[in-house]
Write a protein that binds this ligand. Structure first.
Ligand SMILES: [Mn+2]
Length: 332
């Protein structure tokens, strides 16, 4: 079993994500004050935010932070799109970068807020699997993404934003190496970068983590509208790790995730405390207003249409009664 005293965590970031990585780390350390950590931060060789990150978590960290500088040239040919950089692929080779005495680690994305104790995740039995991960709530239902990576209908598609990893098994099974090879050889089969490649290689052979260890934004969105039912808010509240998976992040003005304020609270405690959201445009303010109030209008609309239908049913039954009554009395 892993040592309960020291939790190894791994994250990957470049300069564009240093701010978000620091928020994630502050949330993790503030929510786990009884635990000790070794934090391994994989960064490109020209990374320029080492000092900002160190200073931002110094009051919580007791020198837990270790930077590992990665030569990006090994990853430069892998497929990129959207908001990602080649740094997303570094995690595939974490076994090559971590010190040899690190045999178990929790990998965490940067678009995450940790809000509860991680020790029961850290000591979880992986039941012989190399990886523990939550099912990806959104992509697990996407037949195109699944079929491109060759998953059978009964196989879960994992979300790689939070992974508990047995490093020796990861190495033995060559999970990262094979996934990187797949990325380079079959870019047309990759939709979500390293995550698709990992799903191809792991092929459902992982320990399924409870959703509270990786509570993904897709739980809160339905057809582009944010859902905040009491049940979902209860699940969000009980989650230990909130993962702002998807294109809308808490540092975007358009994000209406009910937990986005946690990001901003922790951000104010970092070197980036003066950061202001850049996309608070008039158009986006109108869009946010619509997103907030259209579901409300929708509720009223559904209530009104139900009342109209009920009234129509009542009127037509009264009408048919009247017709029957008039027929019975021979007036027609
Ligand atoms: Mn993520």
């Amino acid at each position: 079993m892993p040592s309960e005293n020291c939790i190894n965590t791994v994250l990957v970031c470049d300069d564009s994500y240093a701010q978000h990585a620091t928020v994630m780390l502050r949330s993790m350390l503030a929510s786990n004050k009884k635990s000790f950590f070794k934090i391994f931060c994989l960064v490109p060789e020209d990374f320029g935010n080492t000092k900002n990150m160190e200073e931002s978590i110094r009051d919580l960290s007791e020198d837990y932070l270790n930077f590992i500088y990665v030569d990006p040239s090994d990853f430069i040919s892998a497929k990129l799109s959207g908001h990602v950089s080649s740094a997303v692929y570094y995690r595939l080779r974490l076994d090559a970068f971590l010190p040899l005495d690190v045999t178990r680690a929790i990998y965490l994305d940067c678009d995450i807020i940790v809000k509860d104790d991680l020790s029961s995740l850290w000591t979880l039995d992986l039941d012989g699997h190399a990886v523990g991960a939550a099912v990806d709530d959104f992509l697990n239902k996407n037949q195109l993404v699944r079929s491109r990576v060759g998953l059978s209908p009964a196989t879960y598609y994992l979300n790689s934003g939070v992974m508990l990893i047995d490093i020796n098994k990861w190495k033995e099974k060559k999970i990262g190496t094979r996934a990187l090879e797949f990325c380079l050889a079959h870019p047309e089969q990759i939709t979500y970068w390293d995550q698709c490649a990992l799903n191809h290689v792991i092929n459902g052979d992982f320990k399924v983590l409870e959703r509270r260890w990786n509570f993904q934004s897709s739980m809160m969105i339905d057809g582009g509208a944010w859902r905040c039912t009491p049940e979902l808010l209860g699940q969000l509240n009980a989650a230990a790790i909130i993962h702002f998976a998807g294109v809308i992040k808490p540092w975007h003005y358009r994000c209406l995730h009910p937990a986005k304020d946690l990001y901003w609270t922790y951000l104010r405690e970092t070197a980036w405390h003066d950061y202001r959201v850049p996309d608070r445009t008039i158009i986006n303010r109108i869009k946010n207003g619509l997103d907030r109030y259209v579901p409300f209008v929708g509720v009223i609309y559904r209530w009104v249409t139900r009342r109209v239908a009920a009234t129509h049913r009542r009127l037509s039954s009264v009408g048919s009664l009247l017709r029957r009554a008039t027929r019975a009395t021979g007036l027609i």
